[in-house]
Design a protein around this ligand. Structure first.
Ligand code: PLP
Ligand code: TYF
Length: 396
């Protein structure tokens, strides 16, 4: 029966990991997959996570199922982190947290929720967006539409975005990246978030905000500006959250789907539906990552340790953005790449073309996504000059 099954290509971003591994060049540089890297090029286990895991080994009492909505303590922690501890949304009991296997699991819950409970509604994605958005929403059977996000000069196309949002049919779902837009690194300013909010209100659109990088842009509260503005103003919204990046627990699959409803009664209705979506997909979420996060939030000392390391990581990325532009100055390319210092998060849409990217890989063993997306965290003081020289070589 399997003879007729066709082999399909793997995920292009994840494929870069293998290609990089098999490259023998000692100077090779990995600017591909979006995991944080430190100055040594490793993806470290954060100090507070290690400490929390030690505590868990001694104190964890059971490995029994945690329930379809996950650990309530973790859920409460994430709600406070996303909305702020003093949030009116939380005081009014308008938000429901359902723990998920990573941010991807949360997106799949969102997709299932929309498919079942908002039949016929399309989901609108930025063009470009994280390729897995197309995969997850497509697999759930949703109709996918796109709004523009980047112009021909590789800058945020806010006018194009806003004009497109104004044409979206009433009740459709609009996916917005809360911060650290993947793949471009172009984020909305506070003023632009307010303009988007006005259109969402006017058109009665439902925002789904993907919040995978809280703390990687400008800070935990700063990065939540758009999410909090929408939640405080609109009756309803959806949020997909991930701890993969800001706790560095990628493989523990720790995320959360959050639904904000008009009032506590609607919230309970929505919440009951989400338990079904979770059960149909994977029954119960994994528990180790959420236990790590809850253990950290349960201790002031570990919370401080975690926040300090997250601040260091963000500082390193934003420092590298400036160093990269400076490093291109001797080649006369600092103006051409000045946007890299303005972008936020791990990713930069550099403006390099697929032909440049191919040359960087074949002639310099520098790996990035074909679209010209570079993971800035893959730069360090040992490879920065090498990368700048190589870019100067391929764009000349
Ligand atoms: N959303 C965006 C924009 C991402 O870049 C990612 C992944 O890295 C995710 C969601 C999901 O992350 P994870 O499933 O690893 O938590
Ligand atoms: O965009 C990235 O590089 C990260 C990691 O199927 C990732 O979000 C990439 C592809 C994928 C899953 C995770």
């Amino acid at each position: 029966m399997f003879e007729s099954i066709e082999r399909v290509p793997g995920d292009a971003i994840l494929g870069l990991i293998e290609a990089f591994k098999s490259d023998k060049n000692p100077n090779k540089v990995d600017l591909g997959v979006g995991v944080y890297r430190d100055e040594q090029g490793t993806t470290p286990i954060m100090r507070a996570v290690k400490e929390a895991e030690k505590l868990l080994i001694d104190n964890e009492k059971t490995k029994a199922y945690i329930g379809s909505h996950g650990d309530p303590e973790y859920g409460a922690d994430i709600l406070k982190t996303v909305f702020g501890a003093e949030s009116d949304v939380l005081a009014a009991n308008r938000a429901s947290a359902t723990q998920s296997p990573g941010g991807t699991g949360a997106l799949r819950l969102a997709a299932g929720f929309i498919k079942t409970n908002l039949p016929g509604k399309s989901i609108w994605l930025s063009d470009p967006t994280w390729p897995n958005h197309l995969g997850v929403f497509g697999a759930a059977g949703l109709n996918i539409e796109k709004y523009p996000y980047v112009d021909a000069d590789n800058r945020l196309d806010f006018d194009g975005m806003l004009a497109a949002l104004k044409q979206i049919p009433q009740g459709d779902v609009v996916l917005l990246h809360a911060c650290c837009h993947n793949p471009t690194g172009f984020d909305l300013s506070q003023d632009q978030w307010q303009q988007v909010l006005a259109v969402l209100q006017e058109r009665e659109l439902l925002p789904l905000v993907d919040f995978a990088y809280q703390g990687f842009g400008d800070g935990m509260d700063e990065d939540a500006y758009g999410v909090r503005l929408l939640a405080n103003t609109l009756d309803e919204m959806l949020i997909t959250q991930s701890c993969s990046k800001n706790f560095g627990i990628y493989r523990e699959r720790t995320g959360c789907f959050i639904a904000v409803a008009k009032d506590a009664d609607d919230m309970a209705d929505v919440r009951s539906q989400l338990a079904i979506t979770a059960r149909e997909n994977y029954s119960n979420p994994p528990g180790h990552g959420s236990a790590i996060v809850a253990t950290i939030f349960n201790s002031d000392e570990l919370t401080t340790m975690w926040r300090e390391e997250l601040d260091e990581m963000r500082g390193r990325i934003n420092g590298l953005r400036n160093d990269f532009v400076k490093g291109l100055a001797p080649h006369g390319l600092d103006q051409r790449f000045a946007h890299v210092a303005e972008q936020r998060g791990m990713f930069s849409f550099t403006g390099l073309t697929p032909a440049h990217v191919e040359k960087l890989r074949d002639e310099h063993s520098i790996y990035m996504v074909k679209s010209g997306r570079a993971n800035v965290a893959g730069l360090n003081s040992a490879n920065l000059e090498y990368v700048c020289n190589a870019i100067a070589d391929v764009v000349k």
